[in-house]
Design a protein around this ligand. Structure first.
Ligand SMILES: Nc1ncnc2c1ncn2[C@@H]1O[C@H](COP(=O)(O)OP(=O)(O)OP(=O)(O)O)[C@@H](O)[C@H]1O
Length: 702
């Protein structure tokens, strides 16, 4: 029985230690004399031993050990074995008790580390939501259900005509036999055609539903605040979009379709049975009701397990996604086994739940078969007596047995499909909860646009902390004014809040206090889409999209862009030469891993330049460039400044202080506050943090 070790792991932690563990402890008691037997360190079992042992007396000896001590030792060993045996038996009894219906083995409550459980959704609400999604294509659904009704009713008539044909042949009623045979053929062909159509329409309905669900969920996720993504993992979200949406979509195409078919056929069979013989019909109905009661319990259990499987599946997915995306780090640090262990942790959880799910399925099957055979036994016993008494014919009893089988199988199918429906509803909870998330204010409110953006930026007493770490102040009372066309550099130690200032400027987060003004207008009152169209941004580790280089450079640019414009921007970013040296030039499909960090940065810089932004933000944009490229990109900054017609405000963050010496103003930050401000020479003269950092970098180079 493989069940026991699993159950021990899961539920009997205090008892599940290996026998060698106990052996070690008991030997410890016997060897170190009774002095230690009452210490707190020794378990209940060892205390029991200590009560039974008589005091030590030393008279004669064998092999240098006192004889009585050896005898005592033997007794102790013997007692230890019997205690161990009793302990094992107790464990087994506990286990058997726990696996009885309602026992603790079936419950998941305390051992599940589900990260995020959504609010429970009722079946009617889930169906209502699905109907909303598919309502525009209701014709397909109506066609599906209409063909289903015809197919189900024609199928349920088949046993009647089949039996009638056989018995009319047996009684040599030739005319009746031909009529029955023709009707049977007609009914069979109606059933075949309509069940084909039913499959077709429900297949289409399924496809439409899964597409709508994914569209709706994807767009709901895309419109969330950036802080939402701080709290969710990519693996979890892709799992909702992938397997969960697929599972939920089964509701209409599979579960409802089959439930309705079987309900129709079961009802038809029951009516027919009651007409044939009402006492036998009532017996079968009672059995079906018992089956339905067991099924309800089973269905609810399945719903619960489905939710857990969904959560743990998503967690496993998350681990795999993270490992694959960091494969180079994993390989270099040789942590394959560690990653396997992390993944296995969730696989074990899944296996544990699946084990209980399978056990529940086994019990359900056993119950079903018992009840099913009970109907046959009752039909043969009672029906046989009715035949002997001449109340019914053999033909009627045959029809009865066929239809009672049909009824019981329909009930079974309904149960199976209801439990599958419950699983789908379980999977729908998180999907619907994510779908119901309100889009970020930035997308719902229409802000104002300015006639012309000149690029004045003001931080007025801005304080900020990230929503995911609301206790840690990241920026405190920042006051900074950047003039149009000015190049301002932000420097400071790592974690001092430079990127956070840029995040606020891009309105990826909202300040917790104070406000940011752009050309004198509060940032949160401006149309953010319009503003972002006028801002160029190059981040610390630019990630490129899996499309060709031209498309990557054009990405997000709303103007009509020609190839010459793309090449111009690439030349400005000193990317043209390396792009043209690639076999497919600008048509090269970008794969993040096949380009160097510096090359990716140059493409990202070209993308920012192509937008011709009024405000250009460079966050460590040249960190991966070699000295020559960096010098050239600095040239781009200089040319931006000297070309009066295209003056733009530039905010640049750099750790390499040589990069920003030419900036108009350097802002030195420390622990979320502005410490110093001025030109390179002024700050050197001040001999503060900036001068210290510059000296350190110069020393490091020397
Ligand atoms: N998304 C986030 N959620 C919570 N805390 C964050 C987040 N991003 C940054 N932080 C925290 O905010 C603080 C400031 O980070 P920030 O990235 O602004 O520093 P920085 O000066 O740009 O550092 P670096 O020079 O290393 O890029 C750090 O303590 C960091 O841990």
């Amino acid at each position: 029985m493989a069940l026991l070790p699993l159950c021990c792991n899961a539920r009997f932690k205090p008892c599940c230690r290996s026998s060698s563990h106990y052996e070690r402890r008991f030997h410890f008691v016997s060897r170190r004399s009774l002095r230690f037997s009452r210490s707190g360190d020794v378990s209940i079992c060892s205390k029991r031993i200590s009560h039974r042992l008589p005091p030590l007396k030393s008279s004669s000896s064998v092999n240098g050990f006192p004889l009585e001590t050896n005898l005592e030792h033997f007794k102790e060993e013997h007692t230890v074995e019997s205690v161990e045996l009793r302990e094992r038996i107790r464990k087994w009894i506990d286990f058997l008790r726990s696996v009885l219906p309602g026992g603790s083995w079936w419950s998941f409550s305390d051992e599940v580390e589900v990260k995020f459980m959504a609010k429970p959704v009722t079946v009617s609400r889930a169906l209502g939501r699905m109907w909303q999604l598919i309502a525009n294509d209701r014709l397909v659904i109506f066609a599906g259900f209409s063909t289903l009704i015809v197919a189900a009713l024609s199928e349920i008539s088949i046993p009647h005509y089949l039996t009638a044909s056989i018995f009319s042949a047996q009684t040599r009623e030739i005319a009746m036999f031909h009529t029955n045979r023709q009707q049977l053929l007609m009914i069979c062909s109606v059933h075949l055609n309509f069940s084909g159509l039913r499959g077709f329409f429900f297949g289409i309905a399924n496809m439409i539903l899964v597409k709508r669900m994914r569209e709706t969920l994807y767009s709901a996720l895309l419109l969330q605040d950036i802080s939402f993504f701080d709290g969710e993992t990519v693996g979890d979200l892709t799992s909702r979009l992938g397997s969960d949406c697929h599972q939920v979509s089964r509701v209409i195409g599979n579960d409802l379709n089959l439930i309705l078919r079987n309900v129709l056929q079961g009802t038809g069979a029951l009516i027919y049975l009651l007409i044939l013989s009402w006492p036998l019909g009532v017996c079968t109905l009672v059995i079906c009701c018992s089956l339905a009661a067991v099924m309800t319990v089973y269905g609810l259990y399945q719903k619960k397990t489905a939710k857990m499987i969904q959560e743990f599946g998503a967690s496993a997915n998350e681990v795999a996604q993270e490992t694959f995306s960091l494969m180079r780090t994993v390989r270099v640090y040789g942590t394959e086994k560690q990653e396997m262990k992390r993944y296995n942790h969730f696989l074990d959880k899944l296996a544990d739940i699946s084990l209980r799910q399978s056990a529940a399925y086994g019990i359900w099957n056993l119950t079903f078969n018992t009840l099913y055979h009970a109907t046959q036994v009752i039909a043969v016993l009672v029906g046989g007596m009715y035949i002997l008494a001449g109340h019914i014919t053999a033909e009627k009893l045959t029809k009865f047995i066929l239809y009672s089988e049909w009824l019981i199988y329909s009930t079974w199918w309904v149960g199976d499909n209801v439990s599958s429906l419950m699983q789908s509803v379980g999977a729908s909870e998180k999907v619907f909860q994510l779908m119901d998330l309100m889009p970020s204010d930035q997308f719902t409110s229409k802000g104002m646009t300015l006639q012309k953006l000149v690029g004045r930026i003001e931080f007025v007493n801005v304080s900020f902390q990230y929503p995911s770490r609301s206790m840690v102040p990241v920026l405190q009372h920042i006051n900074l004014s950047v003039h149009p066309g000015e190049v301002v550099a932000l420097v400071g130690l790592s974690g001092s809040g430079k990127s956070s200032m840029v995040n606020l400027l891009l309105r990826l987060y909202e300040p917790t206090d104070g406000q940011i003004l752009i050309d004198g207008a509060p940032l949160n009152e401006l149309d953010i889409k319009w503003l972002r169209g006028k801002v160029g941004y190059v981040g610390q580790e630019p990630k490129l999209f899996r499309m060709d280089i031209s498309s990557n450079i054009k990405y997000g640019c709303t103007r009509n862009i020609k190839q010459e414009d793309v090449e111009w921007a690439a030349k400005q970013a000193y990317a043209h030469d390396f792009i043209t040296s690639l076999p497919d030039g600008y048509n090269t499909l970008v794969d993040n891993d096949l380009l160097s960090g510096g090359q990716k940065q140059r493409i990202a810089i070209a993308r920012a330049i192509l937008r011709d932004p009024t405000i250009l933000i460079l966050d460590e944009a040249t960190s991966a460039l070699d000295a020559e490229s960096e010098h050239n990109v600095k040239g781009v900054l200089r040319s931006v400044r000297s070309d009066l017609s295209s003056r733009r405000t530039v905010i640049v963050i750099a750790h390499r202080l040589s990069t920003i010496q030419a900036a108009d103003r350097i802002v030195v930050m420390d622990r979320g506050q502005i410490l110093e401000m001025g030109s390179h020479n002024e700050l050197l003269h001040k001999d503060g943090l900036y001068a210290r950092l510059t000296r350190r970098q110069t020393d490091a180079v020397v």
